[in-house]
Design a protein around this ligand. Structure first.
Ligand code: C2E
Ligand code: CA
Ligand code: CA
Length: 739
């Protein structure tokens, strides 16, 4: 017998036992014993099932078991009185047990239904059903029983107690069966059992009242009630009968509507019964019941209506609001901007955050979300009153100033740009966020999309130039048109071999041996002449062509060093440095590309240095992973333009670095006593301390070279030692430092 099947066996065995009971001769001790055995077993099975299944609320089931056993004790007592004492008193001690069995059953049923956040609606429904059926009970059972004149006070009290307790039981059963969410196979069995108990009780009262009933015709109701109650306890779903699920929506299904409607018409129907209509007390009770039903119905409707209204408002809110920040969303912003454009000349301020993706990747989305929420608060506060603030996408915020002068929008933009840089402390991190801010006005813009586009162009221009914010102007569009044209030409130039790689020496002091060269790309444009990498590299980065171009530069430079080594032997430079842009580095597979180039050209990995900027690796993520992979092959890594970016010692720990390239701006003023000289000196100490090489960039004069050598720099690079050339001279020392 599988554990899940016990309830079936129990039901089948109970059915058989009931049949056997009817086969035993009526009125004998055998039949009483059979009846009581079924009841006792049922009560005991419930108690045992509680130990087996260990439900979350065992108390309800223990109460059921106790109730059953009390009722069986009543039966035993009755048999004892009838068979042994040969008396049939009413009421008797048996009634004490019978009546005592109700409170545990009713309490148990109540406990099963009690839950957190129980819907008021279900409670009202259960009350409606109970009121309707209660009325029927009153008219046919309670009232007639109470009205029997011949009975003593005690007799009447007991006779009234049964149907009253049955009515209470009814409320509980109705509550259990009516609420879809409470229902499990186990509660269904319970409901049927309790209903059978009820039917038996009512049938017994009616039968004894109107027909002078004595016999066994009703016994099967009680017997099967016992059996099904035990089956409910055995059903595996009894453990799940703890309905703590208030969030499932309370739906008024068709079945429930029929039950509720039926309960509501019971009162008027009864008025049509001739015997009822004549009795004043009955009419008063029915009137009260009908009023009660009406009020409950109204309350139910009101509940449903207010819920529908609430849902409509919620929908409206969801459609126009950004969930995370509570700001308006893009849809709402678009609509408001459209309206503002038809009525006047609005201004918008658009702010795009810089490092959000990196923050999400590195610190987790919770921190990212927290950052967005904080920024949203700042924007809301700084934007001022009477403006619409929206979050347009993951990292974009917009402010709509409906009728502001241009200066007003500029002031907001300046405030936002200023405030966004304040560090955000969250979850133990101090997070720094940057942003670009763009401003655009509605003058001569046809639709919201155009205004937003302009603000976007301005925002990117601000990000690029590092200005706090930028107002859109037609020139900005021309620039992007120009950029698009240049981008297209880069692709063409790659095919036409318009690019060239030149090499600038990096010399070792003293002695000025060319220890390494830095590869720098040149573009010989057929019409524009020499285009500076400072101009086209950023364009290639933005349109993605840097990946292809970069791979070509890398391969060319490696080939070149292999060729020089073959030609010059030990006079050839030890290493070649190749610049790698942020976009190249962050692209998956970059390390693989480098490995391929090395194996194709035959250059040993340790002779290649990859130059990256601090900004490219500051965001962490795939760029840093790529560096670790390169490092693992033996490729050296140089941090370019050191001192101009985010320079932090923390970065040097997180990123594998071999060489620091001190930016030209520190070298320029090295000969003047002042801040720059101090910083340059501190930087060589840091790199010595960390065991890194340091290269001073942009050395243009002998004085600078001397000063740098004096404070400890061993590797120098700059026009003073050699300009970038296709074939630099490696054998002769370039220029004497002691000139
Ligand atoms: P960078 O990597 O900092 O390169 C150094 C730049 O300073 C080079 O300009 C070089 O010609 C110049 N320079 C070297 N010595 C001196 C000096 O003594 N005085 C002055 N005034 N300048 C000096 P270039 O070649 O125009 O490159 C500019 C930037 O373009 C580079 O800065 C680098 O960021 C980027 N770049 C150049 N070639 C490549 C490349 O192949 N790939 C990538 N991704 N970027 C490149
Ligand atoms: Ca460089
Ligand atoms: Ca540099």
């Amino acid at each position: 017998m599988r554990a899940g099947d016990q309830w079936r066996w129990c039901t089948t065995a109970g059915l058989l036992a009931t049949v056997v009971y009817y086969l035993l001769p009526a009125g004998t001790l055998w039949s009483s014993a059979g009846y009581n055995t079924i009841g006792l077993l049922a009560g005991l099975i419930i108690l045992v099932a509680v130990r087996w299944h260990r439900p979350q609320r065992p108390l309800a089931w223990i109460l059921f078991g106790v109730g059953m056993i009390l009722s069986v004790l009543g039966d035993f007592t009755w048999v004892y009185l009838e068979r042994v004492q040969h008396v049939e008193p009413y009421p008797s001690v048996a009634d004490v047990f019978y009546l005592a069995s109700y409170p545990p059953l009713i309490t148990g049923l109540f406990l099963l239904q009690r839950r957190r956040g129980r819907e008021l609606g279900s409670l009202i429904d259960a009350s409606m059903v109970a009121t309707g059926l209660g009325l029927v009970l009153w008219v046919f059972v309670l009232h007639p029983v109470a009205a029997v004149d011949t009975a003593s006070m005690l007799e009447r009290a007991v006779s009234t107690a049964y149907p009253s307790l049955d009515a209470l039981l009814l409320v509980m059963v109705a509550g259990l069966l009516i609420d879809r969410r409470l229902r499990t196979p186990s509660t269904d069995l319970l409901g049927v059992a309790a209903a059978l108990l009820l039917v038996g009780d009512v049938a017994f009262s009616v039968a004894s009242l109107y027909f002078d009933y004595s016999g066994r015709a009703i016994d099967w109701c009680w017997l099967m009630a016992y059996v099904l109650w035990a089956a409910a306890a055995l059903h595996p779903s009894m453990t799940a009968a703890t309905p703590d699920a208030p969030d499932v929506p309370d739906r008024v299904g068709r079945g429930r509507l029929v039950v509720l409607g039926g309960s509501s018409v019971l009162a008027p129907i009864m008025l049509f019964l001739p015997s009822v209509g004549a009795d004043t007390v009955d009419r008063i009770v029915i009137a009260a019941g009908a009023t009660m039903l009406f009020l409950l119905g109204v309350a139910r409707m009101a509940g449903v209506m207010s819920k529908v209204r609430g849902q409509a408002t919620e929908l409206e809110r969801l459609a126009n609001q950004d969930d995370l920040t509570g700001l308006h969303n893009r849809r709402r912003f678009y609509r408001a901007l459209g309206e503002a454009l038809t009525d006047g000349c609005p201004q918008i301020v658009l702010m795009g955050l810089n490092r959000l993706r990196a923050i999400n990747d590195e610190l987790g989305h919770q921190v990212g979300d927290e950052v967005i929420v904080r920024i949203a608060e700042r924007v809301r506060v700084l934007a001022g009153p009477d403006v619409l603030v929206a979050r347009l996408s993951g990292d974009e915020f917009a402010v709509l100033l409906r009728d502001a002068p241009e200066g007003g929008a500029d002031a907001v933009a300046a405030r936002l740009a200023d405030a966004v840089h304040d560090p955000i402390n969250t979850r133990g991190y101090e997070v720094l966020v940057g942003a670009g801010v763009g401003v655009a006005g509605g003058a001569d813009a046809a639709d919201p999309a155009e205004v937003l586009r302009r603000a976007g162009v301005a925002m990117f221009a601000a990000k690029e130039s590092g200005e706090p914010y930028r107002r859109w102007a037609p020139a900005l569009d021309e620039r992007s048109v120009e950029e698009a044209r240049l981008g297209a030409q880069i692709r063409h130039a790659l095919g036409e071999r318009q690019f060239q790689v030149v090499y600038q020496p990096i010399v070792a002091m003293p002695g000025q041996r060319v220890a390494a060269v830095e590869a720098l790309v040149r573009w010989h444009h057929p019409r524009l002449g020499m285009v500076s990498p400072a101009r086209f590299i950023p364009v290639a980065e933005r349109n993605g062509l840097i990946v292809e171009l970069g791979a070509w530069i890398l391969e060319t430079a490696c080939e070149q060093l292999v060729r020089w080594t073959a030609e010059l032997g030990s006079d050839a430079p030890d290493r070649v440095s190749v610049n790698v842009s942020a976009r190249q580095l962050a692209r998956p597979g970059f390390a693989g590309t480098v490995a391929d180039v090395l194996s194709r050209t035959g250059l040993p990995a340790h002779r290649l240095t990859v130059e990256v900027t601090e900004t490219a690796v500051f965001d962490g993520g795939p760029a840093v992973t790529a560096l670790h992979e390169l490092r693992a092959f033996g490729v050296r890594i140089a941090l370019d333009d050191f001192g101009t970016g985010h320079s932090s010692l923390g970065l040097l720990q997180a990123v594998p670095v071999d060489i620091l390239k001190i930016d030209k701006s520190f070298v320029d003023r090295i000969t003047e006593a002042g801040r720059h000289a101090v910083i340059a000196e501190a930087m060589i100490q840091v790199s010595n301390g960390l065991g890194l090489d340091a290269v001073a960039e942009g050395v243009e004069t002998a004085e600078q070279a001397q000063a740098l050598t004096r404070i400890g720099y061993r590797l120098l690079q700059g026009y003073h030692f050699g300009r970038p050339e296709a074939e630099p001279a490696f054998t002769r020392p370039a220029v004497s430092t002691r000139a």
